[in-house]
Design a protein around this ligand. Structure first.
Ligand SMILES: Nc1ncnc2c1ncn2[C@@H]1O[C@H](COP(=O)(O)OP(=O)(O)OP(=O)(O)O)[C@@H](O)[C@H]1O
Length: 611
């Protein structure tokens, strides 16, 4: 056990390193620009000290004093503007790259029929949107800023040591170790409070998403007003907690800053007077020494002012790492697995090879994905959900290329789970799944298969855009050919806008059967050779079911595994497998080659179909 924990700890660390390697390398330029600005500020403070001394001596400020002052100010401001420009530009780049890597895969590899998967919790959504933004801002803007700010004490000491007086420089250097100690201590105190608040915010996001997803049910149960009230109260408590956190942060910062500033100014003034009266410092340098001692506290101020960005960014980075690790373990959604692959490629400086948004030649991807994956088999495959125990136990199966398998079985037996294993959405707890007799990772399975769910997620856009989603490069002829194959072409031609017909929210403008056939066309266009259908006709009437059965019968160039309760879909399949008692049993055939279904299945089917 300790070994396992140590290993997991090392992996998390490695992954953190890998994640930090993803993205543009512009941060070092931002740090450099920040350093230039620091030098400019030190110089400007020196000019200011010069003016103060001259004014105190009753001298006139001549015009030529303006030149170094203006130059110093330009250097300070220009460096700062440049640092911010580089930081924000590279943060945007990083956000796009990481975002594509983490989410792009889902568009390419999923049927998008899984918007309602429970794994896609609000917290994950929050992490991949808000969390991603926080992490990139922290990495590309906060870190360069704090790196250049942390160099201030060193530069100030060097400046004083070389230009003013070596002993004053050395004494000032004694204060340097106090600064990182203060900064570190401050971050530590605040981390705990901030982490609790962030967890609550993530939970809240999950609760909001849950309520939105379950809106219909809530209305049906007349519970929506109550839930809305509870959410509003939780939101208000959360807002007040954040306000308290911010106020506490400012108070701690104020007190620390004030006491440390007083200490530094008093110390530096004493030092300046002592060295000035000994004739080791000029009046200008003595005043500049006091000004610079205040500037020494800049790192502390920076951390205080941006601590919220830092805390949020660090926590979001950890969350993204966990997401990545889970994805690599294959224990999350397919999009995570594809995302992990893309992240790895990005961290190695390569262009990710998945997702319509990240691949330049989607057709090539489609062809290669299909070509390598026509047969799928499993050896001693077991699966258990952590929450509900073993579902499938030591399955051996083989789906030959271009065959059609129907999977039947009692409700809750594990049919959908079996399909998720085939699509790489879940990974076996034991055993392995192979493509073309080669052991396949969850990622390879996700690339080889095209799932079609009971109710398909269609986007509120045109038929054309819904199809192009999986095949951005498909020609007009390819789109029509896919529609022909699913017997939808004539209906689409009859729509006044044809392919450019808007289909409305979730395809509401189409009948259930049309929506399901459009989703089949999309699966065909994806070029994947394995179609995984989960109850493809459970949401349509018998007439539409017959049409879908004909469509499926006409698709002869794909391997098909279909979970169904509908006996109407069984004629034409090569084999029927029954999932029962955690196992998978091929059913025998009648003399007329129709599958011999067990009576328990019949009765369930009859109930389901209302017979
Ligand atoms: N995400 C999950 N977490 C925990 N348990 C789960 C999860 N998904 C399914 N299960 C459980 O695993 C078992 C198999 O579920 P699965 O959905 O695969 O069954 P099924 O045969 O497809 O059922 P149905 O015909 O009703 O759709 C059930 O007992 C179910 O409660």
């Amino acid at each position: 056990m300790p070994f396992k924990r140590a290993k997991a700890g090392k992996r998390a660390k490695d992954s953190l390193k890998q994640l930090s390697q993803v993205g543009p390398k512009e941060r070092r330029w931002a740090v450099l620009a920040g350093l230039i600005s620091v030098v400019g500020t030190i110089w400007a403070l020196e000019q200011l000290a010069d003016w103060v001394v001259r004014l105190a001596n009753g001298q006139q400020l001549s015009g030529d004093l303006l030149v170094p002052a203006v130059l110093a100010t330009l250097l300070a401001a220009g460096g700062q503007v440049l640092r911010m420009w580089i930081s924000y530009r590279s943060a945007t780049k990083l956000e796009v790259e990481l975002g594509r890597a983490l989410t792009g895969g889902s568009l390419a590899t999923n049927d998008l029929g899984r918007q309602d998967e429970e794994e896609r919790e609000g917290a994950t959504l929050n992490l991949l949107t808000d969390g991603l933004e926080r992490y990139t801002l922290y990495r590309q803007t906060f870190l360069p800023q704090i790196f250049s700010a942390l160099a201030i004490p060193l530069l100030v000491v060097l400046w004083v040591l070389v230009r003013y007086d070596w002993l004053s420089g050395l004494i000032l250097a004694l204060a340097i170790p106090l600064i990182p100690l203060l900064v570190g201590g401050f971050l530590k105190v605040m981390r705990k409070v901030s982490s609790a608040s962030r967890k609550e915010r993530n939970n809240l996001a999950g609760a909001y998403l849950d309520a939105i997803k379950g809106m219909e049910t809530l209305q049906y149960l007349a519970a929506s007003a109550r839930v809305a009230q509870q959410l509003a109260e939780r939101g208000e408590r959360n807002r007040q907690a954040i306000m308290r956190l911010l106020a506490g942060n400012q108070l701690v910062l104020f007190v620390v800053d004030l006491s440390f500033s007083l200490f530094m100014v008093a110390g530096a003034t004493g030092l300046a007077i002592w060295r000035y009266s000994g004739g080791h410092l000029s009046a200008t340098h003595a005043v500049a020494l006091v000004f610079l001692s205040i500037f020494l506290l800049e790192p502390m101020d920076q951390v205080g002012a941006f601590f919220y960005v830092a805390m949020g960014g660090i926590a979001a980075g950890r969350g993204l790492n966990r997401f990545w690790l889970q994805a690599e373990d294959g224990a999350t959604l397919q999009h995570g697995t594809a995302g992990a692959q893309a992240l790895r490629q990005l961290s190695q400086g390569q262009q990710p090879s998945i997702g319509p948004s990240v691949t330049s030649n989607a057709r090539e991807t489609r062809e290669t994905a299909g070509a390598a994956s026509a047969s799928i088999s499993g050896h001693q495959v077991s699966f258990a959900y952590p929450q509900s125990g073993p579902v499938l136990n030591k399955l051996d199966f083989s789906v030959p290329p271009k065959s059609r398998i129907a999977v039947v079985g009692p409700s809750g037996a594990g049919k959908s789970t079996f399909l998720k294993l085939l699509s790489g959405q879940l990974s076996p707890s034991e055993g392995e799944i192979s493509l073309q007799s080669q052991s396949a990772s969850a990622f390879a399975l996700s690339q080889a298969s095209a799932p079609v769910a009971q109710t398909t997620w269609l986007f509120a856009t045109t038929i054309r855009q819904n199809l192009l989603l999986v095949a951005p490069q498909a020609s007009e002829a390819e789109l029509w050919s896919a529609l022909e194959k699913v017997q939808l072409a004539d209906e689409v031609k009859a729509f006044p806008s044809g392919l450019d017909t808007e289909i409305g929210e979730q395809g509401m403008g189409l009948s259930g059967g049309q929506a399901q056939r459009l989703s089949l066309a999309r699966a065909l266009l994806s070029g994947r050779e394995i179609l995984l259908l989960d109850e493809p006709t459970s949401a349509v009437d018998l007439v539409a079911e017959e049409q879908i059965r004909d469509v499926l019968a006409g698709i002869s160039d794909r391997t098909m595994v279909m979970v169904t309760h509908r006996a109407g879909l069984l004629p034409g399949v090569d084999q029927v497998w029954e999932v029962v008692d955690h196992g998978l049993n091929p059913l025998p055939h009648n003399e007329d080659e129709s599958p011999l279904l067990p009576s328990s299945y019949y009765s369930e089917r009859s109930t389901k179909e209302g017979k």
